[in-house]
Design a protein around this ligand. Sequence first.
Ligand SMILES: Nc1nc2c(c(=O)[nH]1)N[C@H]1C(S)=C(S)[C@@H](COP(=O)(O)OP(=O)(O)OC[C@H]3O[C@@H](n4cnc5c(=O)[nH]c(N)nc54)[C@H](O)[C@@H]3O)O[C@H]1N2
Ligand SMILES: Nc1nc2c(c(=O)[nH]1)N[C@H]1C(S)=C(S)[C@@H](COP(=O)(O)OP(=O)(O)OC[C@H]3O[C@@H](n4cnc5c(=O)[nH]c(N)nc54)[C@H](O)[C@@H]3O)O[C@H]1N2
Ligand SMILES: [Mo]
Length: 768
Amino acid sequence: MKFKPSIKPYRGAAGGWGSLEATTRYVFDSKQPLKNLRNLLRVNKARGFDCPGCAWGDDNHSTFSFCENGAKAVSWEATRNAVEPAFFAAHSVSKLLQQSDYFLEYQGRLTHPMRYDAVSDRYHPISWPAAFALIAQHIHQMDNPSQIELYTSGRTSNEASYVYQLFGRMLGTSNFPDCSNMCHEASGIGLKQSIGVGKGTIRMQDFEQADAIFVFGQNPGTNHPRMLHSLKQAVSRGARIVSFNTLRERGLERFTDPQNPLQMLTPTSSPISSAYFQPNLGGDLAAVRGIVKALLETHRQRLAEGQAGLFDRVFIEQHCIGVEEYLAQVDASAWSHITQQSGLSESQLRQAAAIYQSAKRVICTWAMGITQHKHSVATVREITNLQLLFGQLGKPGAGLCPVRGHSNVQGNRTMGIDEKAPKALLDSLAQRFGFTPCREAGHNTVEALEAMLRGEVKVLLALGGNLAAAAPDTKRTAQALRNCELTVHISTKLNRSHLITGKEALILPALGRTELDLQASGPQFITVEDSFSMVHASEGIGKPLSENQRSETAIVCGIADAVLGSETLDWLALADDYSLIRDHIQATLPGFDNFNQRCEQPGGFYLGNAAAELRFATPSGKAQFSAAALPETLRAHPTAELAPFTLQTLRSHDQYNTTIYGLDDRYRGVYGQREVLFIHPQDLAELGLQEGELVEIETLWHDGVVRKVSGFKLVSYAIPRGNLAAYYPETNPLVPLTSFGDGTGTPTSKSIPVTIRRCASAPAWRIA
Ligand SMILES: Nc1nc2c(c(=O)[nH]1)N[C@H]1C(S)=C(S)[C@@H](COP(=O)(O)OP(=O)(O)OC[C@H]3O[C@@H](n4cnc5c(=O)[nH]c(N)nc54)[C@H](O)[C@@H]3O)O[C@H]1N2
Ligand SMILES: Nc1nc2c(c(=O)[nH]1)N[C@H]1C(S)=C(S)[C@@H](COP(=O)(O)OP(=O)(O)OC[C@H]3O[C@@H](n4cnc5c(=O)[nH]c(N)nc54)[C@H](O)[C@@H]3O)O[C@H]1N2
Ligand SMILES: [Mo]
């Protein structure tokens, strides 16, 4: 790995030899290259394990289906480096806290259950039964079930998620904060309101038939690299890709397929986007409004000339309600408001409208650039409005596609990891397991942290993830964790959440996706669901690093057994044989008939999507246009109006959320460093600052709390004026816990009102 910091604009296409070189480097760095090459050949195959990277679907056409960043994820997990009891004996928790996130995870895999001892400020080994007993003791001491929070991160399997939520509900709580609350919540909520189902309506093969694909607020070159194959193939068929992204992202511009030998040997690359628009942060609602305004104008013109209109009248009449109110709202949105808020000119929006109009089948995809704002639900619904006007649902090659993050985050929700679970799920759990589940809504992630801050939470259980680093307002989040009596993390690698402990703390080492999971009844597989509602089996092959690691499912069952006892359910039998869990899933959730048998199907099975079949589970039974007015301001609070800049926090090419694989961000030309701040060159000039100078970034918020990070190096970049970008999680101290999306509770990580000023030194980012 290169560590000498440098900035060198990247001139190549995304993918290509750079990608192959990086893949090889990570495979070798894992210290077991052969095993990992064998591992990679088994990723996303009919028999093999699901890539622990992103939630993109599997393309059964190619010989192997993994990407550079999937290779990083696999090699990172399947490392021979181990964090053993001797490591913890040698390092106090306060010392480890001084280290970077990169250092912590790089130490390797956790191998033993460990218990924190406040006196020596160290973790010491503990046996599994003693760890379970400690958890049971704390839970039994709670005054009521709302004093526990059960956090989940989206890599967790369906089987582990299902038993986890069942355990929590039997305890009597609905407190299931999860990573999704910080991620695609707005997609789930917005789509549910508009079309009755909170999931995407398309399948992978729809990319083969689309005439146009509109990509909003997403960086697939880094975060969903296998999507570039689908985009490239679409382009070569003549489909048009239209990108809306605040930054110029190389993966949306040009791509060389590292799995295409011909393209690798010739100096060619495929252009991706036919048109590239750079809206202001949060400006997409206005941008889509502008596109519709232009289309509405043409529609009316056509009607006035006695021709057929542009919109799909039959579809709208048969399947939708609320179109008049919506179009009235479009009329009420002035071009001046639209252009000022979107940051795009009328002619740019008319150009996008013209491409949309010329396509019969359109797919709209989106990710965090849409969902981590104050007006995210309205924006998701506005994209849906556009698609409804043209009847782009229920036909091949068209539809709505929120591209999920974690590889099984969609499956977690399907399994009932949901602080506002649907009534049908609670009814069927009550019936099958004979208990009375809590019917009140539980806490989402922000609400859980607030409750912890108020001292109302005794126990935090975390099934994967890294809450301390992933959550906003780093200092307050740290205080929230410290307020707990007991914090428990089921994890594969050491991370910051293990070091910011409750009064007591446990680390429970879990097996990863790539590893053989041997239980009493034999080797087990688990199942996951991708962004396209395909459920499939995943079976690890690697020998676990330590006999003391346990599967997530076995750990959750062990906890449930210790806390609730075997009278409630034979939890340990479920851990012995996961097919019994799948029987329970089949009996309590729709779409899982013959679950165990259907897992054998190569490529898995499709859960179905009612909206894609034009059945809308909304109160009216129809797709519901949303008629939101354009907000007066994009700022989350009036006091923030004074902020000269809006900052987005995003991922570099060498990270998986809080897991930092390396310090390069190749496509953006950043090497050997992460504390950089992307800024427009004219903004630099106006501030009298130079590229390479260090600045401090401070949030303008109304609660009197100082939120600052310093030592960020200015990098001149193609970004709209007044907008800034920097990497997460280093910038999480800047995101106020009280700044979240309307109706979602999702921290507004893509629109933080900030000011910047020159600073002298570069104190590294640390959580005290
Ligand atoms: N390798 C790798 N893969 C991953 C992850 C990872 O960290 N590493 N994370 C996984 C997870 S959990 C998720 S949720 C996804 C995240 O996938 P992305 O959503 O692609 O992730 P971000 O890096 O947050 O990038 C947001 C993109 O939206 C743009 N953007 C930001 N704000 C706006 C806006 O207001 N409007 C528009 N039009 N564009 C905007 C940014 O410039 C950036 O290109 O990826 C998943 N896959
Ligand atoms: N400022 C800002 N904040 C953000 C975001 C942003 O864009 N900006 N993005 C948000 C988003 S989209 C998300 S999804 C969240 C992510 O939040 P989380 O899901 O909580 O965080 P991760 O970094 O994915 O979790 C990494 C840890 O998971 C553990 N782990 C990895 N694999 C496994 C496994 O197989 N089993 C178990 N048990 N543990 C495992 C490892 O110990 C590792 O350290 O962050 C959110 N926070
Ligand atoms: Mo995510």
